[in-house]
Design a protein around this ligand. Structure first.
Ligand SMILES: [Zn+2]
Length: 279
């Protein structure tokens, strides 16, 4: 499997690692008892350590409550010049073509890029370069997609946000993540935290993205996507149960627009669990 090498400083390398104290303020385990519990406890996001599944669950509930209270609102979309106008300004299409495409858009509800492409006015490559200008990022050459790179993130997230890790510069720990119609910055931030790398957005033509997604779909082992439970308490309980079952020692947790991505890490493997808010 294609893996990002684990950071050397995966855990705080200090006396804290040898005798960690529980990060849950109400916990009664303190002082040297961390020495005896450090093999049974859980690290969360490399920052916090919990002495027991109970402490983990209760702290997770508090953290999750925050995401639950935020609701399902997506992060505000950065305002950019509309795609049709962008292509008009670049001389890719004429105003007559734009008008025809806008009429088709009104009738079908399809995105303007798809309408322009459908009418034969532009190519997918034209759309990709206009989207790239909109978002101020490069177009990624579709034939340079690293095989297997898409395995770095769960399929369900790749599909939902129409994004794909396409190139990993291992030395610099920099990951190029491709989108086709809009860049999702919350998703990029989540990827950075989860994989412990820098990320860089880029655009690839839609058919190339779908082609890799189709390929990526074939292997969804090591991930589970479930509907997000109604309460933070229930979600925390599920995470605790997964942590126990997978024998993991460390967890990473990130929220993307209300969806929760949890990665359970054990010495040999990892498991991704996605709590989806889609009704
Ligand atoms: Zn504790």
């Amino acid at each position: 499997m294609y893996r990002l090498p684990e950071k050397k400083s995966k855990r705080p390398a200090s006396w804290k690692q040898l005798a960690p104290s529980c990060s849950r303020p109400e916990c009664t385990t303190s002082g040297l008892s961390g020495v005896f519990h450090r093999h049974s406890g859980y690290w969360l996001n490399e920052q916090q350590w919990f002495c027991s599944a109970d402490c983990l669950e209760q702290s997770l509930e508090l953290e999750l409550l925050h995401h639950f209270n935020l609701g399902h609102r997506s992060a505000p979309i950065r305002t950019t010049m509309p795609l049709g106008l962008m292509m008009l300004a670049r001389g890719v299409i004429t105003d007559l073509q734009l008008r025809d495409a806008l009429q088709l858009q009104q009738a079908t509800g399809d995105p303007i890029g798809a309408c322009l492409q459908h009418m034969g006015f532009v190519s997918y490559q034209d759309i990709a370069s206009a989207v790239a200008t909109q978002w101020g990022c490069p177009v990624f050459p579709a034939d340079s997609v690293q095989p297997g790179c898409s395995m770095l993130i769960p399929f369900s997230l790749a599909e939902r946000y129409r994004m794909l890790p396409v190139h990993l510069v291992t030395q610099g720990r920099r990951l190029f993540v491709a989108f086709s119609d809009r860049v999702n910055h919350s998703a990029l931030i989540a990827i950075e935290h989860m994989l412990g790398c820098e990320s860089e957005a880029c655009i690839i033509p839609e058919p190339s993205l779908f082609q890799v997604l189709e390929y990526r779909k074939r292997d969804t082992s090591g991930e589970a996507a479930v509907h997000r439970p109604g309460t933070a308490a229930e979600t925390a309980r599920m995470i605790r149960s997964y942590a126990h079952q997978s024998g993991s020692e460390a967890l990473r947790l990130q929220a993307i627009d209300g969806n929760i991505w949890v990665r359970f890490l054990s010495s040999r493997s990892h498991l991704d669990l996605i709590f989806d808010t889609t009704p």
